[in-house]
Design a protein around this ligand. Structure first.
Ligand SMILES: Cc1ncc(COP(=O)(O)O)c(C=O)c1O
Length: 384
């Protein structure tokens, strides 16, 4: 019977992150610095409103695009924080996490043979969704440009088959973000070509030292732009599964059809939690960010102390740790760390072939855990 199933599904692999866990999962005493979700509890006021939603029987289907008051709250939040204008009536769609937002966007725009440009190393959630939607992923190597996707790199990579480019910033796994100047150049390349730009801004509330600049500020590409965001990372609400899409009305109406037949709507209960988070929880990410920043600075000093070639991530909660001096592939080094140091980091190869030579270290862990983990891996990865 297996020959009867979708060829594309057979071809995609479970993610490199998961493959690694399956190998190390049962080993005892492993200290993990792998996880890609905030270690803070969901803010209490959000939990209370979510419980109230159940008590008040707000447990029915909602509008396909999401509860209007949530879309209005999103519209007001993105205007205040990022100076973006999207109409809550027809330009905002509430989704089941950023993940479903990416999926329905790709399924709306892609046809067989369409190419989608992805900066490598990159979050592993895009490539399989591009393939399932009939598209062909095409990676752009950002290793020589400090993990920055540049306008020149994009220009060189566009072919007649290019339908879209996905740009996540700040990036998972590198933590690198893009400045206003860099985004200006990228916007002018996109303006020149007939391609869509999918901006994954899920870490926008976790940018350190400067503020997030959204590519949505460039009106000249508005018709080609799909911005993806959500509350998973900003408000420590990964399990609520609430994301959203911002896009021009002409495109939103098509994406909404795919969304409707896919899930009808995001969970009503979670949407009520998200209304509270977005309306009254503006300080929640700020408090968490302060703690992440202390951890980031701590890890940075520790890596510098090991004389590892490193940089200060702009946002998110990951370090992409250079282990090229060990002259071994990242999967073997990650396995060695598990076996000899009892610490799990994610092999860089989980983020495309351009992640080879690196390990992803998450600092969504308290300082004591980070200290213990770094103490354990130091003898193996240190250059000193
Ligand atoms: C860059 C990026 N985009 C999207 C997602 C998925 O977010 P969500 O949990 O809201 O589906 C993640 C999760 O790790 C991510 O790192």
């Amino acid at each position: 019977m297996e020959s009867f199933i979708n060829e594309q599904v057979k071809k995609i692999e479970i993610s490199g992150i998961r493959q690694f866990f399956n190998m190390v999962g049962n080993k005892p005493d492993i200290l993990s610095l792998t996880i890609g979700q905030p270690d803070f509890p969901t803010p209490s006021h959000v939990k209370e409103k979510t419980k109230e939603a159940i008590d008040h029987n707000q447990t029915t289907y909602t509008h396909n695009a999401g509860i209007l008051s949530l879309r209005k709250a999103i519209a007001s939040f993105i205007k205040t924080n990022y100076q973006l204008e999207y109409d809550p009536n027809n330009e905002i769609i509430v989704t089941v996490g950023a993940s479903q937002a990416i999926d329905i966007t790709l399924r709306t725009i892609l046809m067989k043979g369409d190419e989608v440009l992805l900066p490598g190393p990159v979050y592993p959630g895009y490539e399989p969704l591009v393939k399932l939607a009939g598209g062909t992923p095409s990676f752009i190597d950002t290793c020589q440009t400090n993990f920055k996707l540049t306008a020149d790199l994009i220009e060189q990579s566009i072919t007649p088959n290019t339908k879209a480019i996905i740009i996540p910033y700040p990036s998972n796994p590198t933590g690198v973000t893009l400045t206003k100047e860099e985004l200006t150049e990228i916007a002018s390349v996109v303006e020149k070509h007939n391609i869509f730009l999918i901006a994954d801004e899920i870490y926008s509330e976790l940018v350190y030292d400067k503020s997030h600049y959204s590519i949505g500020r460039f009106q000249e590409i508005r018709d080609k732009l799909i911005i993806i965001n959500g509350v998973s990372k900003s408000h420590s609400m990964t399990g609520f599964r609430i994301g959203y899409i911002l896009t021009s009305e002409w495109l939103a109406k098509h994406i909404l059809k795919v969304h409707q037949y896919n899930v009808s709507c995001a969970s009503s209960i979670s949407q009520h939690g998200a209304i509270e988070a977005i309306k009254n929880g503006q300080d929640d990410p700020i408090k968490m960010k302060k703690v992440y920043q202390e951890r980031r600075d701590y890890v940075f000093e520790r890596l510098k102390g090991m004389q590892i070639n490193t940089y200060l991530p702009d946002g998110g909660f990951y370090f992409f740790v250079d282990i090229s001096h060990l002259n071994k592939d990242s999967f073997s080094v990650a396995l060695q760390l598990v076996e000899e140091a009892k610490v799990a980091l994610v092999p860089g190869s989980a983020f495309s072939q351009f992640g080879e030579g690196y390990l992803r270290l998450s600092y969504a862990y308290d300082i004591d855990t980070l200290k213990e983990g770094l103490d354990r891996i130091e003898p193996i990865i240190s250059k000193v």
